[in-house]
Every structure is written in structure tokens, then in C-alpha cells.
Design a protein around this ligand. Structure first.
Ligand code: PGA
Length: 274
């Protein structure tokens, strides 16, 4: 079955899947750093690294939500856009500990990560991911939805895992919202492990995701959705993943906590981005 899929995918790739996007580089700070002062310092360093390179790439930094307000003051009129690492789908009410889209919008957030594997590991289901994706897109913000398998097997079952994750939210989306949908392929085995997926893996999965989008939505939808790679991206593998992996950008964890490294990934993306 996978052989058939591959043939179909590569045939489609030659036709309508060729649209190039401006590279999108997203830093995911996760639960770092530990104080507001340190968050401001790191953001300032990234700002310096980014400004000096005047990137073409779109750059987004997703800080912990408690720090968004203080980095917003530093990001004004800057080249770095603000993102959040998660959000709740309801807009107000009795949801202790949650953060709403209105709250994020009031702080200038433009992007929201949904369904990161570290949230799914805390019990977030495909249904919850679907509700969050719909709420983010409905609110006018851009949504970065993470998908990816835990392990790889020789039979290609990991494609089924990704397909199930994709279908659960794609089926609920409106075509008009697709240009604000970003899918991040993040194999769990590659996150924070220094074992990134190969460029071939990345390209193959991008084509597979595009095939699912075409199947669930419509063929013209494919060109609107950006597909990123995440999982141990660093300044040494970024070029290879962009050129041969054909990714539209990166979701960067660990390396986004080092301003110089993150700046270099952005710089490389400017040269080699799709
Ligand atoms: P990593 O994390 O770059 O540290 O592997 C990526 C992510 O989890 O978004």
C-alpha cells in the first residue's frame, strides 16, 4: 500500500505541490528560561542576532506564556513575531490554569503551537487538538499543529500515525483559513535527542502530508499550507534539511535558546530556504 502511496505522492509533487514559501523559523523555548530577567536577556540577544542579518525568513519566538508580556515590549516594530506554546479552546470561564486566545491576542501573539508531543504526552487527545486548531484559526491567528510518530518501524506504520493525527483536525477546517495553517512534522524520537530525521525522511513526510491535505480538503489547498520540520534542528543540519528535505522552515527547540545558533539557522534559511 505504501509503495502505491509513494508513487502517487511523487507524481503529485511534480505537478501542483511546487509552490515556494518564505522560510518560517519558529523558536520554541518550552519551559525555559527560569526567570523574567533571563527571558528578556535571551529575547534581546535573539533580536540582535536577527536584526544584524536582516532576514527574509519569517521569525517567530514562542516563549512561556508568563513571559510574553515582557518580551512584547522588546519586540515592538521588530522583525520577531510572538508565538504561544499552547492555548485553551474556550474563550473565558471556569478553566483554572488555562490561557485564552483573547488573552494571547491582547499581548500581540500571532502564532500558536497546538498538539506538541510534550502536550500530547500530558494527555492531550486528537479531539482536544482538533478543537484548539479550529479555535485558533477562527480567531484569526496562525496555528502550528505538531504531528509525528513515537518510533519508526520497517513497515511504514508511522505513516498511519501521522495520517490519523492529520485527519482528525483537517476534516474540521475551512478552506479560507488554510493560509494560516502550519503543520510541523516532529517525530518524537528526534525531539531533544540530537538524532534528527534525514533529509529524505523529511521530504517524504512532507509529500505524504501534502497528499493527505489534498485528499481531505482539495488539491488547491496543498499550496496554502506550510510544512515545517522539528526535532534536533541545529546550525549544522539546517542547510541539508532545507535543500534536500525541502521543508518550508523549522520548529526549533534547544537551539532556539542559544541566540547565536538560532541566528545562524535563520541566516541559513535565508540562503537556502524554499
Ligand atoms: P528540539 O525540540 O529542537 O530541542 O529537538 C523541537 C521541539 O520540540 O519543538
Amino acid at each position: 500500500m505504501w509503495v502505491f502511496c509513494c508513487g502517487t505522492i511523487f507524481a503529485m509533487a511534480k505537478t501542483s505541490f511546487g509552490k515556494k514559501h518564505i522560510p518560517l523559523i519558529i523558536g520554541n523555548w518550552k519551559m525555559n528560561p527560569q526567570t523574567e530577567d533571563k527571558a528578556q536577556i535571551l529575547f534581546g540577544e535573539i533580536k540582535k542576532a536577527v536584526i544584524s542579518k536582516k532576514p527574509v525568513a519569517e521569525v517567530v519566538v514562542c516563549t512561556p506564556s508568563v513571559f510574553i508580556g515582557s518580551v512584547q515590549k522588546l519586540s515592538k516594530k521588530g522583525r520577531i513575531k510572538l508565538g504561544a506554546q499552547d492555548v485553551f479552546y474556550a474563550d473565558s470561564g471556569a478553566h483554572t490554569g488555562e490561557v485564552s486566545l483573547s488573552m494571547l491576542k491582547s499581548l500581540g501573539v500571532l502564532y500558536v503551537i497546538v498538539g506538541h508531543s510534550e502536550r500530547r504526552a500530558c494527555g492531550e487527545t486528537d479531539l482536544v487538538v482538533q478543537k484548539k486548531v479550529s479555535a485558533v484559526l477562527q480567531s484569526g491567528l496562525s496555528c502550528i499543529v505538531c504531528v509525528g510518530e513515537t518510533t519508526r518501524d520497517a513497515h511504514g506504520d508511522y505513516f498511519n500515525v501521522v495520517e490519523t493525527q492529520l485527519k482528525s483536525f483537517l476534516s474540521q477546517l475551512k478552506t479560507a483559513h488554510l493560509s494560516r495553517l502550519i503543520i510541523a512534522y516532529e517525530p518524537i524520537w528526534a525531539i531533544g535527542t540530537s538524532k534528527h530525521a534525514t533529509a529524505e525522511d523529511v521530504q517524504e513526510m512532507k509529500l505524504f502530508i501534502q497528499k493527505i491535505i489534498a485528499h481531505v480538503m482539495e488539491r488547491s489547498a496543498v499550496a496554502k499550507v506550510r510544512i515545517l520540520y522539528g526535532g534536533s534542528v541545529n546550525k549544522d543540519n539546517a542547510e541539508e534539511l532545507l535543500i534536500r528535505g525541502q521543508t518550508d522552515g523549522f520548529l526549533v527547540g534547544g537551539a532556539s535558546l542559544k541566540a547565536k545558533d538560532f541566528g545562524e539557522i535563520i541566516h541559513i534559511s535565508d540562503f537556502y530556504g524554499s
